[in-house]
Ligand binder design. Structure first.
Ligand SMILES: [Zn+2]
Ligand SMILES: [Zn+2]
Length: 343
C-alpha cells in the first residue's frame, strides 16, 4: 500500500509498505480521510514535541476515519463495512489509570503518528476494534476525521466545568479553538471572546460562536479580554494555541477564582507560568490531554447539526500530495483552517 513517511523536517516521501494484518482484537480500516493537526506541525517542522523526538522515518497522522474491511477473531464483526471514526490513542486497559477511566493518560498508551508508532497517512491501518466508532451515513469521511479534534474540544469544556451563562476566553482560533467555541455555546456560555494572531481566523470566528474576536498581532490580549468583560476577566480561560505565551495569558485573563484549561501544545518541555498571578487569584488550572469517552457525544453533535465541522475543512489533498497539505498548514496559507488528506 501507499504511505507517506516523514524522514526529516519538511521532508515527507511517498513509499510502498505492506498492508497490516489485524491482530485478534483489531479491525483493518481502509482509510478515507486523515486531518492535518497542529500537533503534527511540531513533528513536521521541528521533529519533536518536548522530549518526544522523531529519530526514525515515521508515518504521521492521527485524525482519521475509514471503512472497516476486516476484523480479527476477537473483534466485533458487525463493524465490517461500516465507516468509523477512530480514537487514535490505544491504551493498555490494564494499568491503574486505565482501570480508573483515565485511559488518556495511560503510561503505556500507543499513539499513532507519534514516535515510535506509525500513523494514518496511508491506505490501511489496523487498530483495536473497541476504539472504532461507527458514524451515520450522512457524515462524510472528512467530517468523520474531525470527530477526533471535536473530542478534544468536548474534553476541554468538560474540564472547564463550564456553567450556563458564564464567560469564556479562547486563545487561539484554529480548528481546536473554533470547535471549543462551538462546544462552549452548546454548553451554555453567555459570551465567548476569541483571540488569534491571524486576521483571517479572527474575521471568520463569528460563525463558530465567537461573540467578539480580537486580532492580537496588534493588540494586547489581556487588555482586549478585560475590555470585553468590563474589567472583570472571564470565568473560564482556555488556551487553544500552539504558543509558549498563551498558558500565562490564560491565567491573566481569568477572573479571580476562575478556571483555566490549557489544551494547546506549546511544544516546550518547560514553559513560563505566572505562579504569583495564579496564586493571588486562586485559579484552578487544568491541563487537557486529548480526550476520554468523548467520541459518542462528538459524533452525536455533528450528526444532529449542533456543531459545524464541515466548514472548518477548508482544503483537501490526495495522499500523494500530503506534503502540500503539511506545507499549507505550516505556513497558515490561503486561509487554511483544517486541511484533510482524502483517498
Ligand atoms: Zn490532533
Ligand atoms: Zn493503561
Amino acid at each position: 500500500m501507499k504511505a507517506v513517511k516523514w524522514y526529516a523536517p519538511r521532508d515527507m516521501r511517498l513509499v510502498e509498505i505492506p498492508i497490516p494484518t489485524p491482530k485478534p482484537e483489531e479491525a483493518l480500516i481502509r482509510i478515507e480521510s486523515t486531518g492535518v493537526c497542529g500537533s503534527d506541525m511540531h513533528y513536521y517542522v521541528d521533529g519533536r514535541i518536548g522530549k518526544t523526538i522523531m529519530t526514525e522515518p515515521l508515518i504521521l497522522g492521527h485524525e482519521y476515519a475509514g471503512i472497516v474491511e476486516a476484523v480479527g477473531p476477537e473483534a466485533d464483526s458487525t463493524l465490517i463495512g461500516k465507516r468509523v471514526a477512530v480514537e487514535p490513542g490505544i491504551p493498555c486497559l490494564r494499568c491503574e489509570y486505565c482501570l480508573k477511566g483515565h485511559y488518556n493518560v495511560c503510561t503505556s498508551l500507543q499513539f499513532p503518528g507519534g514516535p515510535p508508532n506509525d500513523g494514518a497517512l496511508c491506505e490501511y491501518i489496523a487498530v483495536h476494534a473497541a476504539f472504532c466508532f461507527p458514524v451515520p451515513d450522512a457524515i462524510t469521511p472528512a467530517e468523520a476525521a474531525m470527530i477526533e479534534p471535536l473530542a478534544v474540544a468536548l474534553h476541554t469544556i468538560e474540564l472547564a466545568h463550564l456553567k450556563p451563562g458564564e464567560t469564556v476566553a479562547i486563545l487561539g482560533l484554529g480548528p481546536i479553538g473554533l470547535l471549543t467555541a462551538q462546544v462552549a455555546k452548546v454548553a451554555g456560555a453567555k459570551q465567548v471572546i476569541g483571540t488569534d494572531l491571524l486576521e483571517y481566523r479572527v474575521a471568520g470566528a463569528a460563525k463558530y460562536g465567537v461573540d467578539s474576536a480580537v486580532n492580537v498581532s496588534d493588540a494586547d490580549t489581556v487588555d482586549a479580554v478585560m475590555e470585553a468583560t468590563a474589567g472583570r476577566g472571564v470565568d473560564v480561560a482556555i488556551d487553544c494555541a500552539r504558543s509558549t505565551d498563551t498558558p500565562a495569558l490564560a491565567c491573566r485573563v481569568a477572573r479571580p477564582a476562575g478556571r483555566c484549561v490549557l489544551t494547546g501544545i506549546s511544544g516546550e518541555e518547560y514553559g513560563q507560568f505566572p505562579v504569583d498571578i495564579a496564586r493571588r487569584k486562586e485559579l484552578t488550572v487544568t491541563w487537557c490531554r486529548r480526550f476520554r469517552f468523548n467520541f459518542p457525544t462528538a459524533i452525536d453533535l455533528v450528526a444532529t447539526g449542533r456543531v459545524d465541522v464541515k466548514s472548518l475543512i477548508t482544503h483537501s489533498f490526495p495522499l500523494e500530495k500530503a506534503l502540500d497539505a503539511f506545507e499549507l498548514v505550516s505556513h497558515a496559507a490561503d486561509g487554511v483552517l483544517k486541511a484533510s488528506v482524502d483517498q
